[in-house]
Design a protein around this ligand. Structure first.
Ligand code: G16
Ligand code: MG
Length: 220
């Protein structure tokens, strides 16, 4: 049986993508690199430096590490400014109910986000008390698709990987969940998330009973 449910943040629990977009757009404009909302789709679930490198590639630009670190820090400043406008209105439909229902079923709840700002985002969204543990992306060695951030939740919650189910909206996140030997629930496009064990179009569509009837992963 499942003992824990682990959730990605952006795209599963909250809509922070539009705020990331506003911040990256300012950086792209400064660099003179065309960047629109469609381009921003490719950054979902991608960590901060990986996102910057993607934008630089779009513009055919290369910068040295210190210039990149400076820009990444500037983007984060813009993002933190934008976060002051975040509220429970940015919680995705059905997300708060899903967390409450999962807790009600006795599951331990963890957040496994690529965002180093996950704690602030959850606080702004009014969800910090709705979960038991928030993994720190700054403390894991490898970002998604590596399993590290999901395994950090396993350690902290005192469960085994094969007792967990993970929820993700990005393909790299589904890969991370599978690499951690967990059942993966995809939220979004069934073609993009084809490697998930079960897919729902949106968080609001998740049928938790159906999820919990899945067989957990085999112990490794
Ligand atoms: C989120 C977003 C990404 C963002 C990443 C890192 O991932 O989807 O667009 O680049 O966090 O964010 P930060 O710059 O705050 O560390 P997730 O894993 O929550 O979907
Ligand atoms: Mg995501």
């Amino acid at each position: 049986t499942f003992r824990a449910a682990l959730f990605d943040l952006d795209g599963v629990l909250v809509d922070s993508a539009r705020l990331h977009f506003v911040a990256w757009k300012r950086i792209a404009d400064e660099l003179g690199i065309p960047f629109d909302a469609d381009d921003n789709e490719a950054l979902k679930g991608v960590d901060r430096m990986g996102s910057l490198e993607h934008i630089l590639r779009l513009g055919g630009r290369t910068l040295d590490l210190s210039a990149k670190e400076h820009l990444a820090a500037r983007k984060n400043g813009f993002y933190l400014d934008a976060l002051t406008t975040m509220s429970d209105a940015d919680v995705l439909p059905g997300a708060a109910a899903l967390l409450a229902q999962a807790r009600d079923r006795g599951l331990l709840l963890g957040v496994a986000s690529a965002s180093r700002n996950a704690m602030v985002v959850l606080e702004r969204a009014g969800l910090s008390n709705a979960v038991d543990f928030v993994a720190d992306a700054a403390k894991v060695a490898h970002s998604k698709p590596a399993p590290d951030i999901f395994l950090a939740c396993v350690t902290a919650l005192g469960v085994a990987s094969d007792e967990c189910v993970g929820f993700e909206d990005a393909a790299a996140g589904v890969d991370a969940i599978k690499a951690a030997n967990m059942v993966a629930i995809g939220i979004g496009d069934s073609q993009v998330l084809a490697k998930a064990d079960l897919i729902f179009a949106a968080t609001a569509e998740v049928d938790l009973d159906r999820v919990l009837r899945l067989s957990p992963a085999r112990p490794q």
